[in-house]
Structure formats: structure tokens, C-alpha cells
Design a protein around this ligand. Structure first.
Ligand code: ATP
Length: 352
């Protein structure tokens, strides 16, 4: 078992700096998830840790050992890919045992190790099948099994569930959580999926253009985003961002008519900037600010209403138990100031 430490790690492709310089410590046994918009460098960072990409500068420590010059197979890290990367002509048993065979382990040992991993993953009955005879979820389990038999210090996952349908994704997500618990080993995981990030991660690393915007537990990022980028990125549906400014008797929202909101102490008397409020924190309140719903989505357990404000801002409202609402209806909203986030116009950092 081992943690991972990145020290001033850089990765460039020619003149393009995909990762300008990252410092990050991932604790031993931690489930750490990289998120960020497409192209932010999540995969590059993971692949650089794995050794599939050469670092341009800096150090990578796995279990305290500097590994940045070592071959991928000699870093103590095993990578699981989104496309499984199984050998089609080999059986599950051969796929899972391949790395051990290459390492010239004795036949008996390979058999025992593969069968133990197969039991962990519920693959005992499928060992003699070929990948083409497996479901997507089973293939993904074989890909994980191939990593397990190598007994790595750390597991690296690159969007492992993204090729699975919604139901299987949920099941595999729970299996991954179980696997992490039972192996107790460090896992680093790249995903686009908010639910995966929020449910699996001990800590989430939010990346933007190869830089770390914030690192924290899922709840911490949700409740205490340090800046506008993280506030917008974490949470689904996204936080609403309104234009706001301080006026004589409080805070005025552009595009919404109604009485000003009370100004919290930490908001300067001459402030203008983005104000964030999550869809579930907008309250339906008789006498509140009127908006007309452009669309209503009924998701079963929750109903979202969408409105376009007079300044063009899009608003998403969690309509809670108001299931009868339909497009064209008007609702009166209150914004609880204690739930709102205020940001600096220029730095986009959160005021508090
Ligand atoms: P996605 O979520 O879309 O998979 P990502 O966050 O994983 O994106 P990366 O694949 O790490 O992003 O790419 C980061 C940046 O590096 C992108 O701008 C990408 O175009 C660039 N990049 C990646 N690989 C190469 C390469 N081999 N040569 C040049 N540029 C690359």
C-alpha cells in the first residue's frame, strides 16, 4: 500500500503546456477523483502518473519512491481503461494472468492468484470465456481483475464505467466502492460523472487547464467552493449564477424584480459580481420574485423548473413537491441569503 506525491509535475506536448506544474499528495488508501471540463488534463495527469506519458519535469512518488523515470510496469501502479483493453483471442483466465505470465511467475501461483481475484470479482464461472462472450460489466470486471492480480500499490482508473449503460454503471459503482473498501488500496480515478465523483471519492481534485482549482471532500466542495469555477462545476444541475450588486438598502439582482436581499457583513458596500444559488435552495414563497417557467422537467423524485430572466440569465429551480407545475406557469421565488454564494467580480474568488 502506498500514497502518491506529485511535486512540481509538468507535462507539455510540444509548445502546449497541458499540466503547467502540479503539487498534490494523495494519501495511502485514499480514493481520489480527478474532475474537470473536457480537455482540462485529467487523463494526461493520470497517464503521466502511470508512466504512459513521460513527465516533462517534476517528480512522481509512489509509496515514497521516485518513479518518474521508471517504465509503467515498474511503478507499482495498475491502470484500468475505459475501453477495457482486453486481448480478444484470450480467455478471461489468460487475460487476467497475462501480466503474471510475462513476469515469469510459476503456473501454480498464476492459477491461485487469478482464481482468487476472480472470486473477489464474481468471475469464477466465466474464466474460460472469451471477452466477446461477456457483457460490458463483466468485461470491465475482467479489466479490473487484470489489475488486481498484479497486486499494485495503487490503482489508476480512466473513466472505467463510461461505456456502460446507466443501470450497470450504478451497479459497478457500488462494486468499486466495495472493492476499495475490501482492498484498502489507493485509487485514483478520472471521471466526467458527477454522481461517481460525489459518491466514490474521499477527495475530489477539480482541474482547469491543467491547474488545480480546489481539492476537498465531495461535501466540502459542494458546500464551500472557493471560487466561481468550482461552484459551477460541482453539483448537478449546476448552481445558478445571477448578476448582483450592492445598493443602498441591500443586494439587488439584475433580471429579477423584487425587494433587495439583505447584505451579509462580508459583502462590501460597493460590490458588484456573480451571486450563486443552488436550484434546491431557491424557495417558492408567496409574494416573492415572480418568474415564468419556460420548461418543467419531471424526473420522478424531483421536478425542475427552468426560467429565463429579463437579463437573459438562465435559472433552474428545484420545484420540490410542486409536481403539478407546467411550462407557462409563474412561480414566486425567495432567495435565502444564507444559502447564497458571493463572488469577487475580477478574481472570481468567493467572498466570506
Ligand atoms: P476529456 O475529459 O475530454 O477526456 P481530459 O481532461 O482527460 O479531457 P486530456 O486528454 O488530459 O484532457 O487532454 C488535456 C489537453 O492536452 C487537451 O487540450 C488535449 O488536447 C491535449 N493533449 C492530450 N494528448 C495530447 C497529445 N498526445 N498531443 C498534444 N496534445 C495533447
Amino acid at each position: 500500500m502506498a500514497g502518491i506525491e506529485l511535486r512540481q509535475l509538468r507535462k507539455s506536448y510540444g509548445a502546449f503546456e497541458a499540466i503547467p506544474a502540479i503539487d498534490l499528495t494523495i494519501e495511502d488508501g485514499e480514493f481520489c477523483i480527478f474532475v474537470g471540463p473536457s480537455g482540462c488534463g485529467k487523463s494526461t495527469l493520470l497517464r503521466t502518473i502511470a508512466g504512459l506519458e513521460d513527465a516533462s519535469a517534476g517528480e512522481i512518488l509512489i509509496g515514497g519512491e521516485e518513479v518518474s523515470r521508471r517504465h509503467p510496469g515498474e511503478r507499482g501502479a495498475a491502470m484500468v481503461f475505459q475501453n477495457y483493453a482486453l486481448y480478444p483471442h484470450m480467455t478471461v483466465r489468460q487475460n487476467m494472468g497475462y501480466a503474471l505470465k510475462i513476469a515469469k511467475k510459476p503456473k501454480e501461483e498464476i492459477k491461485t492468484t487469478v482464481e482468487r481475484a476472480a472470486r473477489t470479482l464474481g468471475l469464477e464461472d466465466l474464466l474460460e470465456r472469451k471477452p466477446s462472450e461477456l457483457s460490458g460489466g463483466q468485461r470491465q470486471r475482467v479489466a479490473i481483475g487484470r489489475a488486481i492480480v498484479r497486486d499494485p500499490k495503487v490503482f489508476l482508473f480512466d473513466e472505467p464505467l463510461s461505456n456502460l449503460d446507466a443501470e450497470l454503471r450504478t451497479r459497478m459503482r457500488l462494486e468499486l466502492a466495495d472493492l476499495h473498501r475490501s482492498l484498502g488500496v489507493t485509487m485514483v480515478y478520472v471521471t466526467h460523472d458527477q454522481v461517481e465523483a460525489m459518491t466514490l471519492a474521499d477527495r475530489i481534485v477539480v482541474l482547469r487547464s491543467g491547474r488545480i482549482e480546489q481539492v476537498g471532500s465531495p461535501l466540502d466542495l459542494y458546500e464551500n467552493p472557493e471560487n466561481l469555477f468550482v461552484a459551477r462545476f460541482i453539483g448537478s444541475p449546476s448552481m445558478n449564477i445571477l448578476k448582483a450588486e450592492t445598493i443602498a438598502d441591500g443586494i439587488r439582482l439584475t433580471g429579477l424584480d423584487g425587494p433587495p436581499l439583505p447584505r451579509p457583513d462580508f459583502v462590501p458596500a460597493a460590490w458588484r459580481g456573480p451571486l450563486g444559488i443552488r436550484p434546491e435552495h431557491l424557495r417558492l414563497h408567496p409574494g416573492g420574485m415572480e418568474v415564468r417557467l419556460r420548461a418543467v422537467e419531471h424526473l420522478g423524485d424531483v421536478t425542475y423548473g427552468y426560467a429565463t430572466l429579463s437579463d437573459g440569465t438562465e435559472l433552474c429551480i428545484d420545484l420540490q413537491n410542486h409536481r403539478k407545475m407546467a411550462a407557462g406557469d409563474s412561480v414566486a421565488l425567495a432567495i435565502p441569503t444564507e444559502r447564497a454564494f458571493f463572488f469577487d467580480q475580477k478574481t472570481e474568488r468567493r467572498l466570506r
